[in-house]
Ligand binder design. Sequence first.
Ligand code: A2P
Length: 338
Amino acid sequence: MPDPGVAIVGATGAVGRTMLAILEERNFPLSSLRLMASARSAGRVISTRWGEVSVEDLATADPAGIDIALFSAGGGRSREYAPGFATEGAVVIDNSSTFRMVSEVPLVVAGVNDHALAAHEGIIANPNCTTMALMMAAGPLHRRAGLSHMVAMSYQSVSGAGMTGMDTLWNQTAALSHQREALVQGGWEATEQPPFPRPIAFNVVPLAGGMAEDGHTDEEWKLVNETRKILERDDIAVDPTCVRVPVLVGHGISASMWFDSPLEVDAALNVLEKAPGVEIWDDARVATPLDSAGRDPVLVGRVRPTIGAPGGISLWVVGDNLRKGAALNAIEVAELLL
Ligand code: A2P
């Protein structure tokens, strides 16, 4: 394929900006770059490695000439515009949840299930950011031993909720940092709240996403359904809890996994050491979200045997949700297409 024309849809958002940064870092071989967002941003000029680019209003942008469109402007925009871009000849790599569970749409974690890409019909889905980080470890272990059951607790940063999420944490932290006594004894007052249901600064919110079936949130159901689709096994039992924490970037997941037959820690470490895009951190280093921010690899630590129900593996995974969890994976998929 000659160098493709690339568009970032949602270019002014948290993920869109990271997409641009990663295209630049990797000197992605593109013939033209277009940036699109809402009418609010139209006309804004962004300086890029390929020159100054004026942001276009998605609603009026002509998709002709775009070969690869990286969409991260929210599910509604993907639903409305991605099929039209694909009809005009672009391959859409979509970061929203809109098409993830559509059977003809591949759901790809680069390095884990690249083979699924071959079947695409113009739209490829990028998995949910929490699922993505977890699959970087669970995928290779599954290939080795057959994943049958997983209990996963996420510790998700606010950037999973976009720029608004980051602004909310920042502003609330400023407002609450003047109320130290009230934070200890009660009586605090937080100003901004959305997009989170409870204050997020100095706090932990054990409900990420919107409430869905069986007392689980849509975010938790993504972990269940996307895990099964990516690992191509419909009967994997997944018990998820998704929690929002006052961290700007980096989603952590604490998971216990059981396989078709018992898996020893040494064997698991042996698999994880060879897994692409994974860095093992030992207990002396303690991989945290701050360590993951701005880095491509997903960090894996605390690898240990399950002790309540022996035979499984417990571990901690943390990754930059804007990078491998979103923008980086989309660009790795684009590179695989080339
Ligand atoms: P804009 O900055 O013009 O609002 P985030 O989730 O990090 O806030 O990013 C959302 C991205 O999606 C932004 O680039 C935002 O553009 C874009 N976006 C939001 N609503 C629309 C819309 N109606 N049409 C096109 N782009 C949109």
